[in-house]
Design a protein around this ligand. Structure first.
Ligand SMILES: Cc1cc2nc3c(=O)[nH]c(=O)nc-3n(C[C@H](O)[C@H](O)[C@H](O)COP(=O)(O)OP(=O)(O)OC[C@H]3O[C@@H](n4cnc5c(N)ncnc54)[C@H](O)[C@@H]3O)c2cc1C
Length: 507
């Protein structure tokens, strides 16, 4: 054991990016007195520094750590996020919002969307998003936190959009406050036990040696421990997710209101993000280098942003895929060191959070790793990755676009069998495959299918039993109630400003 206290397990976290500090803070806070955490990071290397949009799950993480939401939002110049506005994915000129929330309610055991499909065919219904609080509030640029009662205002959730370069430092300060040791230095050698193959220590450039019982690899795309030292194979998914570059560039706000959502705007060789923060807007063109050059993509990004450029585009290179296993020997990779799924649905920080959560559940508190725990951890992490992969691929594949080589490629490419099955089920029955773990439930799949114009051949016949005029009246009632609730909400900026002492930096 590398610790003075024989009862405490010594965990070494390699990396001080978002994943590193989230892992270190999660382990130190949620396994109190049971682990000693040392984090090693190198300022010479730095962090990836992008990753501004999150999912609602992050709120639970922040809360579990005992972090005050207001302090966190203020420190990271965060805004609220109700979903993502996808523009031009199914068809040029069309858009839809994938919300953090539901669409309508099940009636007599039949999910809402079957009634909507029934009426849609008869021309008796409004846009699918009109029946979602999150969509309607986002379009109206309104925000107020959801209620906890059973009313309409409890049917949505929210996440944050924050400055990724400020999130790491915020978590670092928090981590240091709860007793994490931080070691600055460049790791140049990884020592392993010749018999077990376990990692025993990290050697720094200046000769210092950091020993440990368990190593959490948060070294980013380098994957220094899991990928380099343990040579865990890489599963490449670029045949389904061909984008492999991003040009990122901040710009100034151009108008007073702040959209409470992220925009994903389809581009000829990929898509472009637009993420409004309190003090600026984050932009980035995510593209495939097979279809456009890096210089052309940077120029296209510059030409498309609306506000004054605050910096030149910064280029990032990546590939979509993951290591076959995220936990091998006594090394657990979290964050980019375990894999990467391009940022279309802002899922990377979620994946890091889930890995930490599963690790805490399966943590070898007695110092001995049970292979069944390791296998279960790997199964859960794989499932998370696979589910997200399928959902991302759907955004590209469910398109009628034929205006560029890139869109022709993704429209006609093969897709994973698991996605193929889900899409067939939807096309033939209007049903969404059920699962209980992982990300993206019915409302998410419905948002993309319907939003991208992929309507099923059939739907539940029970939705056709009641008198359509009566159903249409009930739907109108719901649409009106959603509109009324949204009308009563404050604007997003007004909400931030009304809470300025708590939340907002001067904007
Ligand atoms: C273009 C793009 C857009 C993205 N957008 C989103 C988004 O909207 N939402 C989202 O959730 N995620 C997004 N992500 C992903 C997100 O940026 C990452 O998941 C997140 O930042 C975590 O990164 P990390 O901590 O794993 O790696 P990094 O930030 O790269 O940190 C790696 C750490 O390892 C250290 N290190 C490496 N090698 C050594 C060494 N030899 N010695 C010592 N230290 C070392 C570095 O110093 C650094 O501290 C995006 C990613 C990209 C590429």
């Amino acid at each position: 054991m590398g610790s003075d206290n024989p009862k405490k397990l010594k965990v070494v976290v390699l990396g001080g990016g978002t994943a590193g500090w989230m892992s270190a803070a999660g382990l130190a806070k949620l396994l109190p007195g049971l682990v000693e955490v040392e984090l090693v990071e190198s300022e010479d290397i730095g962090i990836v520094g992008v990753g501004e949009a999150t999912l609602p799950h992050i709120r639970g993480f922040v809360e579990n750590l005992g972090i005050d939401e207001a302090a966190f939002m203020k420190a990271t110049h965060a805004t609220f996020k109700l979903g993502i506005d996808f523009q031009g994915f199914g068809k040029i000129g069309e858009s839809y919002i994938h919300p953090f929330g539901s669409f309508g309610e099940e009636v007599a055991g039949v999910p809402f969307h079957h009634y909507w499909l029934e009426l849609e065919r008869q021309g008796l219904v409004g846009a699918f998003g009109d029946y979602s609080m999150a969509v309607s509030a986002a379009l109206a640029r309104k925000f107020t936190p959801p209620t906890t009662d059973a009313g309409l205002s409890s049917t949505y959730g929210y996440a944050y959009q924050f400055d990724a370069t400020l999130f790491g430092p915020f978590m670092r300060e928090f981590g240091l406050g709860i007793g994490i040791t931080r070691t600055e230095g460049l790791v140049t050698e990884v020592r392993r036990d010749p018999e077990s193959g376990d990692v025993t220590a990290l050697v720094l450039k200046d000769g210092r040696v950091v020993e440990g019982d368990l190593f959490v690899d948060c070294s980013g795309f380098r994957s220094l421990l899991l990928g380099d030292a343990l040579e865990e194979p890489w599963e490449d998914w670029s045949k389904w997710l061909p984008v492999n570059r991003a040009a990122a560039m901040p710009c100034a706000h151009i108008e007073d209101e702040i959209e409470p959502y992220t925009r994903a705007i389809a581009m000829p060789a990929g898509w472009r993000w637009r993420i409004p923060l309190q003090h600026r807007i984050g932009n980035g063109y995510v593209f495939s280098s097979d279809f456009i050059s890096e210089d052309e993509a940077c120029e296209a990004l510059k030409a498309s942003v609306e506000g004054d450029m605050l910096a030149e585009p910064r280029l990032l290179r990546f590939r979509s895929g993951r290591r076959s296993k995220s936990w091998s020997h006594n090394v657990i990779a979290v964050g980019l060191a375990s894999g990467f799924l391009e940022p279309l649905e802002s899922t990377s920080i979620y994946l890091a959070q889930m890995a930490v959560t599963y690790l805490i559940e399966m943590f070898p508190l007695d110092g001995k790793i049970d292979p069944r725990d390791r296998d279960e951890f790997n199964r859960l992490v794989d499932m998370e990755y696979d589910r997200i992969r399928d959902f991302l691929v759907l955004h590209y594949h469910a398109t009628t676009r034929d205006d560029s080589e890139f869109w022709n490629h993704v429209r006609t490419m093969g897709v994973p069998d698991t996605l193929k099955g889900k899409m067939e089920l939807w096309r033939e029955t209007g049903r969404i495959e059920k699962y209980s773990d992982g990300l993206f439930y019915d409302a998410s799949w419905l948002a993309v299918y319907i939003g991208q114009g992929l309507l099923p051949q059939r739907h539940d016949v029970r939705a056709g039993i009641p008198d359509p005029q009566q159903v249409a009246r009930a739907m109108n009632g719901l649409r009106g109630a959603v509109a009324d609730e949204v009308a009563a909400m404050p604007g997003h900026r007004a909400f931030l400003e009304s809470e300025a002492a708590r939340l907002a930096e001067p904007v």
